[in-house]
Design a protein around this ligand. Structure first.
Ligand code: AR6
Length: 168
């Protein structure tokens, strides 16, 4: 599995799937979630509503998959990161599960290239350096027979620098 780093907007990435940092309602929000729904169009929300009606949203650390609508990617994998609570709510494990469950779901869906944003490090205020360590370690130690390319997409310069250091 090749791991690469890009700076910028994940909605413009050409990968089989991009990951969304969603919330448990799956009904959209701000940050990267807002950007994905805005650019991908209503087909994404329609599938999210179907999932919500069937299973009642998505729990923290879990992941679900929908179309990517009008985006270049084929699919969006929506995962729900933990809100930072001073390390008192199993946030490290929960964030790790976001990456693991997204990777597993990608494998099940025959996805070869997958792009991740920096889950939880915006509105959910997870410390950026710790989040970068968890994501890089989880992806680097994941053994996959089908996934070929994993792309970390950093929107912010500080996150980009942290990933550059960790992926060197
Ligand atoms: N492309 C790539 N990364 C982005 C983009 C983009 N277009 N826009 C923001 N980021 P956040 P969270 C980065 O806040 O912390 C939503 O309301 C951003 O700089 O999007 O997991 C959801 O509905 C940051 O590094 O997600 C939830 O309620 C990273 O994406 C809540 O926010 C994550 O920031 C989730 O909070």
């Amino acid at each position: 599995m090749k791991i690469t780093l890009q700076k910028g907007d994940i909605t413009t990435i050409e990968a089989d799937a991009i990951v969304n940092a969603a919330n448990t309602s799956l009904m959209g929000g701000g940050g990267v979630d807002g950007a994905i729904h805005r650019k991908g169009g209503k087909a994404i929300l329609e599938e999210c509503i179907k999932i919500r009606n069937k299973q009642g949203g998505c729990k923290v650390g879990e992941a679900v998959i929908t179309t990517a609508g009008k985006l270049k990617a084929k699919y969006v994998i929506h995962t729900v990161g933990p809100r930072w609570n001073n390390g008192n709510s199993e946030e490290v494990n929960k964030l790790k599960n976001c990456y693991l469950n997204s990777l597993k779901l990608a494998e099940e869906s025959d996805i070869k290239s997958l792009a991740f944003p920096n889950i939880s490090t915006g509105i959910y205020r997870f410390p950026k350096e710790l989040a970068a360590q968890i994501s890089v370690q989880t992806v680097q130690t994941y053994e996959s027979k089908t996934l070929e390319n994993i792309i970390f997409v950093c929107f912010e310069e500080d996150n980009y620098k942290l990933y550059q250091k960790l992926l060197k």
